[in-house]
Design a protein around this ligand. Sequence first.
Ligand SMILES: [Zn+2]
Length: 288
Amino acid sequence: MKKFLIIILLLFGVNGCAINVPESQANPIEEKEFVASDEELVAHFIDVGQGDANFIELPNGDTMLIDAGIASSGDDITKYIEDLGYTDIDYVIATHPHADHIGGMAEVIESFDIGTVYMPKAVSTSKTYENLLETIAFKDLMINTGKAGVEVLREDDLVILMLAPVQDSYANLNNYSIVLKITYGNISFLYTGDAEEESLEEITGDLTADVLKVGHHGSDTSTTDDFLGQVRPKYAVISVGDKNSYSHPSKSTISKLEKYTDNIYRTDLNGTVIIRSDGINVDVKTER
Ligand SMILES: [Zn+2]
């Protein structure tokens, strides 16, 4: 246990890479005409059953992994990314330390050259979390604190910005979830981890997004009318296990989403969902 605490302190000790900007300055792409290029953003919502695993091929050639499912998914996620031809992942983001989000992450981190790791400053005493921290330490990586206002990347037509967590502590671990918005040209993607109402209503940044990775596997505690009214999604993806014991996604979440879009994809029904964009258009392909 003592060793574990030391690892946490060491890993979170240095935080130099994260660029914090006041949220008032944290605007998405500057207003200007965007000309679509051949460079695409490809967002993979990998079917990992009841859990989350999102891999993103950014238009600048960088790659990003947001969450890595349960422990037994580590293998599949690793193979999936290898099959795309990658040997490194530039950004690894663990939205929050629950086993259905970080379970397979240690294995993925072991298997690739890793750039920057972001995690919220939440503490868990679970074996899964401890194992992940040990793997990160073993690979001589640092953890950058993920929180509202952190700008992961800013280029001409590509901005990646964290909108939550806003506070330093929450009673519910889900509310530590890093909420991340990727804007490429005119198109934006919003990833909300398992953030619930308490966290979502604190967000002051611009939540508008074309593609919403629906929070908390479609539970009714994460998708409020007020939140959706700000996001106004044109596409929604729910990462959820077939016949899961939580009855996710909830019927009320689906009907709330249907007020905004008929383009609702679910990994339990559609398998892995791949959404690509040239910054103007959006194209969706599903495994089934
Ligand atoms: Zn979850």
